[in-house]
Design a protein around this ligand. Structure first.
Ligand SMILES: Cc1cc2nc3c(=O)[nH]c(=O)nc-3n(C[C@H](O)[C@H](O)[C@H](O)COP(=O)(O)OP(=O)(O)OC[C@H]3O[C@@H](n4cnc5c(N)ncnc54)[C@H](O)[C@@H]3O)c2cc1C
Length: 394
């Protein structure tokens, strides 16, 4: 091991979206920055994101679309570094992009272009990057942080925790951020898998037979609703509507699904008047995928021609289909969660700079912090914005 640790102005732990942005910004402000990651490659989550095309931001990234114990915390950073700022950066790098749906912006080509952009920005700022070396130790004394990594060591008066959350461990994700934060006395809001498929048990296991079937629905958890596609899987429920709602869902709660979001409340009774000879399940199959229509009709227990079914039963069936209750028995966990909700408590941090209030020189950014965005480019926008905010002051 080298005896004299190299000296920097800031050491950033974690070369994901947040760490890379922070390093580039601080480096371009003339700071001597060391960026360390145990993975062999920077930005691994960026590379696989958005189906390989990276949904790099969302034009609707307003603070209300982020979850946190303190819903106001993200406002300042999101206001100061906006989607248009990242779009301008993407344009400067001549990366072609398109809006897919709901304000979600993707690369036309490959997510690799975003990693390349960030690496180039880091190079412009003279950032030293160390990949593939494990962090052995982090110490703090006399106003300096000292980090041992691989066979090297470095010191700096500023240390940024940017090692993300534990979602998808096989991509190198760890709970290191929390471990480190706790060591410095920072509180953690209990981490939980978010943007994650929900699992079904009990009577609902029957729905697993629908694996692969999807439909546009309105999904609800508590007061929160999302209208998007839901997908049945061999373990339960997935698809964008379910992933979105999973971030709000808590164990033991029900999830409500409106399978017919475009149908008027009296659609079934109205159909009986108009087409009395039609069978209930045939009617349902006009509105929903066949297998789903059949399963729901069976569960409701209404068979036969509409003419033979009482209005009250049809009205009750319509109400049930508009608010079908599932009680998931869990989620598919961190192994499948796109993000981690919870994390380093925002109460410990300055919303302007991401600096820890009680530990001078310590910062936390990105997914490691208790700020979690919706599905659709929001989480990268938080990574960029929080990384930028800290990068301004290092
Ligand atoms: C499959 C998938 C697809 C996604 N798609 C999108 C999308 O299209 N749009 C979107 O907005 N969000 C998406 N997300 C979420 C997004 O990737 C994250 O919110 C974002 O990457 C968080 O950035 P970060 O820099 O805070 O953390 P990360 O990107 O997780 O980076 C943390 C870095 O720290 C390193 N690290 C971890 N532990 C240690 C340790 N002990 N020592 C050293 N280094 C360590 C990791 O190797 C990693 O490089 C997706 C997530 C997944 C899993």
């Amino acid at each position: 091991m080298s005896s004299d640790p190299a000296s920097f102005d800031a050491i950033i732990l974690g070369a994901g979206g947040a760490g890379l942005m922070c390093a580039a910004v601080a480096g371009q402000r003339g700071r001597r920055v060391l960026l360390i990651d145990h993975a062999d490659q920077a930005g691994r989550k960026i590379l696989i994101s958005g189906g390989g095309r990276c949904n790099f931001t969302n034009t609707g990234a307003v603070p209300e679309r982020f979850l946190s114990a303190n819903p106001h915390f993200a406002k300042s950073a999101l206001r100061r570094y906006r989607p248009e700022d990242f779009i301008a950066l993407v344009d400067r790098h001549r990366i072609a992009w398109h809006e897919k749906t709901l304000g979600q912006l993707f690369c036309d080509g490959s997510a690799r272009q975003i990693v390349h952009l960030l690496m180039e920005e880091c190079a412009k700022g003279g950032v030293r990057i160390s990949l593939g070396k494990a962090i052995a130790d982090v110490a703090h004394a006399d106003g300096l942080f000292r980090v041992r990594y691989g066979d090297a060591a470095a010191t700096a008066p500023a240390l940024v925790i940017a090692t993300g959350g534990p979602s998808i461990p096989k991509l190198g994700a760890t709970g290191f951020a929390y471990e480190l934060a706790r060591r410095f006395g920072l509180k953690i809001v209990e981490p939980r898998p978010a943007l994650v498929p929900l699992t079904l048990g009990g009577e609902d296991v029957l729905f697993r037979e629908l694996s692969g079937v999807s439909a546009e629905v309105i999904a609800r958890a508590g007061k929160t609703v999302f209208r998007e596609a839901a997908l049945f899987t061999h373990r339960g429920l997935s698809g964008p509507a379910i992933l979105q709602i999973s971030s709000y869902w808590r164990h033991g709660e029900e999830v409500g699904i409106d399978f017919l979001p475009d149908s008027a409340a009296d659609w079934a009774v109205a159909a009986k008047r108009a087409r009395p000879r039609t069978h209930f399940h045939t009617l349902l199959a006009e509105l929903l995928p066949d297998r789903l229509a059949e399963a729901l009709a069976k569960k409701i227990g209404l068979w036969g021609e509409l003419a033979n079914l009482p209005d009250a039963k049809l009205a009750a069936a319509a109400r049930r289909l508009a608010d079908w209750r599932f009680r998931p028995n869990g989620t598919e966990g961190f192994a499948k969660a796109e993000v981690t909700a919870g994390g380093i408590s925002t109460a410990e941090l300055s919303s302007q700079t991401m600096a820890a209030r009680r530990v001078p020189g310590l910062y936390a950014i990105g997914e490691a912090v208790d700020v979690t965005g919706w599905l659709g480019g929001y989480n990268f926008q938080w990574a960029w914005a929080s990384g930028w905010a800290a990068g301004q002051v290092l």
